[in-house]
Design a protein around this ligand. Sequence first.
Ligand SMILES: NC(=O)c1ccc[n+]([C@@H]2O[C@H](COP(=O)([O-])OP(=O)(O)OC[C@H]3O[C@@H](n4cnc5c(N)ncnc54)[C@H](O)[C@@H]3O)[C@@H](O)[C@H]2O)c1
Length: 354
Amino acid sequence: MTSTHRIAVIPGDGIGQEVCPAARAVLDAVGARHGVTFCYAEFDWSCARYQREGAMMPADGLDRLRGYDAIFLGAVGAPGVPDHVSLWGLLIPIRRSFKQYVNLRPIKVFEGVPSPLRNANPGEVDLVVVRENVEGEYSEVGGRYGRGFPEEMALQEAVFTRAGVSRIADYAFELATRRGNRVTSATKSNGIVHTMPFWDEIVAERAANFPGVSWGSEHIDALAAKLVLDPARFDVIVASNLFGDILSDLAAALAGSIGMAPAGNINPEREFPSMFEPVHGSAPDIFGKGIANPIGAIWTAAMMLEHLGHPEAAAEVLAAIAGVLAKTDLRTPDLGGTASTTEFTSAVVEFLGG
Ligand SMILES: NC(=O)c1ccc[n+]([C@@H]2O[C@H](COP(=O)([O-])OP(=O)(O)OC[C@H]3O[C@@H](n4cnc5c(N)ncnc54)[C@H](O)[C@@H]3O)[C@@H](O)[C@H]2O)c1
């Protein structure tokens, strides 16, 4: 039986435009083997559009995306456009309006890609950061006061809700039951005295519903150090928006390169499309050279396949990435090689039998 999925593709800026074709090539190749076709609609929403038309996306942008089965995004951000414009003009409205409250960021150390850490071995480091994605520290509440005066100040409020913390904790515990049955909750309740004890209390309440999962809370500073010293110890890490954002870049670097890290912005209730985007940004320093590592985007495509109900196809894509890394010397320059984005992508497609 064939199935067709309608995918909205937003390549965005910089290397986002180079890694999206890589992800599409792999999706088409694996899709052909599994009777799955993808009908892509590409949107030019980006900083270039902002510079041309004064907005990252059109006023009815969210309505245009609503009917798709999923959204695939490359990266946004460009020199000359403040980063908060690209983030708040595109990514955050999509994440929040479509209730993509889970940001899922898996990390693995692959055979053939040495970690910068001595003790991070392939097969041992395999963890997922479950980042709260729609509230927390990334809030619009606050302001700048007394601009230009000596007493100038800035105030930024964090927003944590019972519903928001409960659902992200539930997602993390449920995910752990399908993995290694261990959850680590990132906190900072010694320094942040209102929101973090609230987070801890609710995580503890939700944990009681998952007696088979062992769990603990760790302060974010100590947790960051432990992630470096003993990354194999972790299975599922649940964290607030800011802590999850920082930890997942750290964890991605442990795996060898931020260019390898995938992410999904998930609406678990499937009321709205979920959005899949590699963790990395638009990397203006390497844009145009054709050397962006496509692994993050390709693995992100595998996460999208899984979400769309094709776990076998997703597993094949991951096996193809691992296979190319284990059996060939092909590496993009961020991993010490000389391969181009298209050379590495072609090797993955070939591995898939495409
Ligand atoms: N989700 C997103 O769209 C997203 C995420 C992070 C940053 N950004 C934006 O991207 C721009 C650049 O940000 P940054 O420099 O902090 O982060 P970045 O991830 O773009 O780059 C950090 C470093 O990693 C390298 N790198 C990143 N992805 C790579 C890949 N696939 N292959 C090889 N090397 C790779 C870059 O060359 C750079 O040296 C900014 O405008 C920022 O706001 C966007």
